[in-house]
Design a protein around this ligand. Structure first.
Ligand code: NAP
Length: 481
């Protein structure tokens, strides 16, 4: 049990401005997991004021990138010490199987912290160019006070994914993690304090939508970085547009795995089940449409269904559990609505479709596979965010690419083939921000983000750091070389 009574505001633990609490119950069995203070707009104001003061007058933006990088490297060391504790906490609060939390939480969190700590020395903070009149010095400066708002599905990773580049750039940050998973935010905040982050630089305030919107609208905030649904991203983008605030949006997806005629699925089936059903289907990059050539449709569907049927559904705390509960009753109802819609619109249920026996207390839904899906159906067009897969048949490779692109989203995709060079050609024709060949993975050193309704901007890689910088050109007097 974890019960917190203080909030992390301006780099220190202080009493909240209200006496309300939010209780966290396990999505697996409804057991009490912990409780945190209810965050109010007043707490947000305190966090933003501290961040503004720390940015305008504090040491952090004026320290060298190497000094800031050292703090981020220290957080990675602290995570190594506290990683098991955090993995268990996240598994309990969001219901993700423990093994999933290690794969999608701990490992990429280390990777992103280490990547940005390492980038401190090699990023081109200053560059001299020969301009029209002589030399121009192009300088990267910290963008200012950042408001970061994150989703619950990989709670630790998405927070580090914003904090590491924003802090390395020299920004100060108020982060609002999702209210569904507030508990992990507390030890995470403590790690930054223990790593020596100066006063005022960071506030971690897991509140609800109303405090999130207050944060976005706050006049002292310079930039908003958001990870969450397209619907909320649209709202945040509009608010930032009105205020001419810099804004980057990491949103939803409906990614397609294109299985080509020459794919060796004996070899790659475990990768395909992982790519399509990671995090019990609660992944923005999930390859939830599987496009198969007509001549191999029956064989591939049979093999995929057999592989998914073998995946172990269980309590998240058991290390061999591969599929856990969904985050909430509301999300389970939503997913069940999509399953009903698939049936109504004429898709064939090849696996699952109901609630599994023996899991009465949690928000479990069976891994569900539809085949004979037409790409115009709701289950193929909308992000479900649950373990529901659509298998769609194509006749030619051009048709497969057209179907992959027939989506309002453009976050990710993959192609499955024995010819990697040909796979690269296919990847170039799909309008999506990241792409995998015979797997889906993303790399912290490479940009990640969405085309179309999947977002604006890029995280990760040097591009992810640039997103928290302003760029200034200092033009030397004529003739200066
Ligand atoms: P969500 O409902 O959009 O919420 C995301 C965050 O925004 C939460 O912290 C939420 O607070 C907050 N929020 C909600 N309404 C707001 C408003 N009007 N103003 C400011 N903040 C507001 O998304 P979710 O259900 O947490 O997460 C699932 C979605 O995230 C999926 O669509 C998934 O694809 C996407 N996602 C994308 C990526 C990516 O990198 N592209 C990564 C992970 C997830 P509350 O918690 O209180 O609602």
């Amino acid at each position: 049990m974890r019960e917190y009574s203080q909030l992390f505001i301006g780099g220190t633990w202080v009493s909240p401005s209200s006496d309300g609490f939010v209780e966290v119950l396990s999505p697996a069995d409804q057991a009490f997991v912990g409780r945190v203070p209810a965050v109010t707009t007043e707490d947000i104001d305190r966090g933003v004021a501290a961040a503004r003061e720390a940015f305008d007058n504090g040491p952090w933006p004026r320290m060298s990138p190497a000094e800031r990088g050292a703090v981020i490297a220290r957080v990675s060391e602290l995570l190594a010490e506290r990683g098991d504790e955090l993995a268990h906490l996240i598994s309990e609060e969001m219901g993700a199987p423990l093994s999933t939390v290690y794969t999608l939480g701990n490992t990429p969190s280390h990777a992103v912290l280490d990547f940005y700590a390492g980038l401190a020395d090699s990023f081109p903070w200053e560059e001299t160019r020969m301009g029209q009149f002589g030399q121009t010095r192009v300088v990267k400066e910290p963008l200012g006070v950042v408001a970061a708002i994150t989703a619950w599905n990989v709670p630790m990773f998405v927070v580090f994914n914003k904090l590491a580049p924003a802090l390395l750039a020299g920004c100060t940050v108020v982060i609002k993690p999702a209210l569904e998973t507030p508990l992990s935010a507390f030890p995470l905040a403590q790690m930054f304090a223990d790593a020596g982050l100066p006063e005022g630089v960071l506030s971690v305030l897991p509140g609800g939508a109303a405090v999130g919107e207050h944060l976005v609208n706050h006049p002292l905030v310079d930039k908003v970085t958001f990870t969450g649904s397209t619907a909320v991203g649209r709202r945040i983008g509009a608010l930032c547009g009105e205020r001419l605030k810099s804004c980057s949006l990491e949103l939803g997806g409906k990614s397609a795995a294109i299985v080509l005629q020459d794919a060796d699925l004996d070899m790659y089936m475990p990768m395909l089940t992982m790519a399509s059903l990671m995090n019990s289907g609660q992944a923005c990059v999930g390859q939830t449409r599987i496009l198969v050539p007509r001549s191999r449709a029956a064989e591939i569907t049979e093999a995929y269904v057999a592989a998914v049927a073998e995946m172990k559904m269980g309590h998240p705390s058991e290390m061999d559990t591969e599929l856990g509960p969904l985050i909430s009753a509301r999300q389970r109802d939503r997913v069940e609505g999509y399953i009903a819609s698939g049936k109504e619109q004429g898709a064939r249920l090849a696996l699952g479709g109901g609630r599994p026996a023996g899991f009465d207390k949690g928000f479990y839904v069976e891994a569900t596979i539809f085949d004979q899906v037409d790409n115009s159906m709701k289950i193929a067009q909308e992000e479900i965010f649950g373990p529901v897969i659509s298998i769609i048949t194509y006749d030619t490779e051009d048709e497969a690419i057209r179907i992959a692109n027939d989506s309002s989203y453009g976050l990710a995709g993959s192609v499955w083939t024995s010819d990697v060079d040909h796979g690269i050609e296919v990847a170039k024709q799909v309008r999506a921000g990241t792409y995998g060949i015979n797997w889906y993975a993303f790399d912290m050193g490479s940009p990640f983000g969405g085309y179309k309704n999947s977002g604006i901007g890029r995280e990760n890689g040097p591009e992810g750091l640039d997103a928290f910088c302003e760029t200034k050109s200092i033009i030397m007097p004529m003739g200066h070389v």
